[in-house]
Design a binder for this molecule. Structure first.
Ligand code: TXA
Ligand code: MG
Length: 329
């Protein structure tokens, strides 16, 4: 199979190109497409063969469920069994947008999509290409992030190509994704709505609509959101997360004891006041550093508020070491 890359205008998606992509989905194939968060690897949610292809192509374990992407609110009824008032309120406030909600699944939805769970993850992405593709495919599109298992999520079409060259028929190139981190995942089937994965839509944003919202602790999260138990977002290089400022002394420690023994190639990601920009480019930086054969990436922590909560969540998951700058300098 040869992977084709199709450039589509993200502001005004060309109808004929969308049709071409939708035909692949309709025929049971997979298409990588942009969303506002990261690129997704999509297939028809009603086609079990497509669903299986998603898992095998990604190398994703079968116990990690997929997100169903919709373009129309009425598709909620097709995917979910009970739609609580809270879901409609959230949809009204945040869709299309970077929020995924977990609801009880409708009977007819294949357990392959939901990894055997009786709940289903649903979101309406805020990206014209994604929305047009879903509409033209005449079905919700099941899609995980379009990266190989454990690799950083793709924020550019070329990242998808790095992972899936000649493994999928089509990658839609809609430019760099705006947010750069995956959607907030919110479980609405628990007594108190619970964030399983932090994202751009924060706990505070959700509480304005829902009242009390909880953030799932790491331990219970392993069971509740299967995806979060795996090592994630990791470049090949070893990531070291630093609380405090990265100092010359600290860099020297990792460089090696003497000039002749300096075998490590170290990349640095400094904290900044512009968390949005840091989030947008984090996974891109990880991939770039890997391509340039850096073997250590030292990253400064950010304040855990707003989007910083999601950013720190991804950094902690990718880190093999977390240190205080003070301890080392
Ligand atoms: O921004 C995003 O959410 C991107 C774009 C493509 O939409 N998608 C994405 O999908 O990040 P994925 O598959 O990489 O992550 C989905 C997460 C996983 O952690 C998975 O375990 C969780 O959502 N999830 C899916 N269905 C679930 C369910 N029924 N119950 C609990 N967690 C679920
Ligand atoms: Mg993923």
């Amino acid at each position: 199979m040869i992977t084709k890359i199709l450039k589509i205008n993200p502001q005004k998606p060309e109808t004929n190109k969308i049709k071409q992509a939708a035909n692949i989905i309709k025929n049971g194939g997979l298409v990588a497409f942009p969303t506002e968060t990261v690129y997704g690897l999509g297939g028809n949610v009603f086609n079990e063969k497509s669903l299986k292809k998603i898992y095998t192509t990604k190398g994703r374990p079968y116990d990690n469920p997929l997100i169903a992407h919709i373009a129309n609110l009425k598709d909620l009824n097709v995917l979910a069994k009970q739609i609580p008032e809270s879901a409609l309120k959230l949809a009204n406030q945040f869709w299309p947008g970077p929020l995924t909600i977990i609801l009880k699944k409708a009977q007819k939805i294949s357990k392959i999509a939901t990894a055997g769970l009786n709940t289903i993850a649903i979101r309406m992405p805020n990206n014209k290409i994604a929305l047009e593709l879903i509409r033209a495919s005449n079905a919700p599109i099941a899609a995980p992030s379009a990266n190989k298992f454990t690799k950083p999520s793709p924020t550019l079409a070329k990242h998808v190509l790095e992972d899936f060259k000649n493994k999928i028929p089509l990658i839609i190139d809609g430019g760099q994704t705006q947010i750069g981190l995956e959607s907030t995942v919110l479980d609405l089937t628990s007594k108190i709505p619970t964030i399983l994965r932090p994202g751009k839509i924060t706990k505070e944003d959700l509480e304005k609509v829902l009242g009390k919202v909880e953030i799932c602790s790491h331990k219970t999260n392993k069971i509740k959101s299967p995806g979060t138990k795996y090592k994630h977002y990791s470049p090949k290089a070893k990531v070291i997360l630093v609380y405090g400022k990265i100092t010359r002394k600290l860099i020297n420690k990792y460089l090696g004891p003497s000039t002749s023994l300096r075998v490590n190639k170290i990349a640095i990601i400094k904290s900044s006041n512009n968390i949005e920009l840091l989030a947008k480019n984090l996974f891109k930086k990880f991939r770039n550093f890997d391509n340039k054969k850096f073997n250590i990436i030292i990253v400064e922590s950010v304040e855990e508020k707003g989007l910083g909560v999601a950013l720190m969540n991804r950094l902690k998951k990718s880190a093999s070491e977390i240190i205080n700058a003070e301890d080392r300098s």
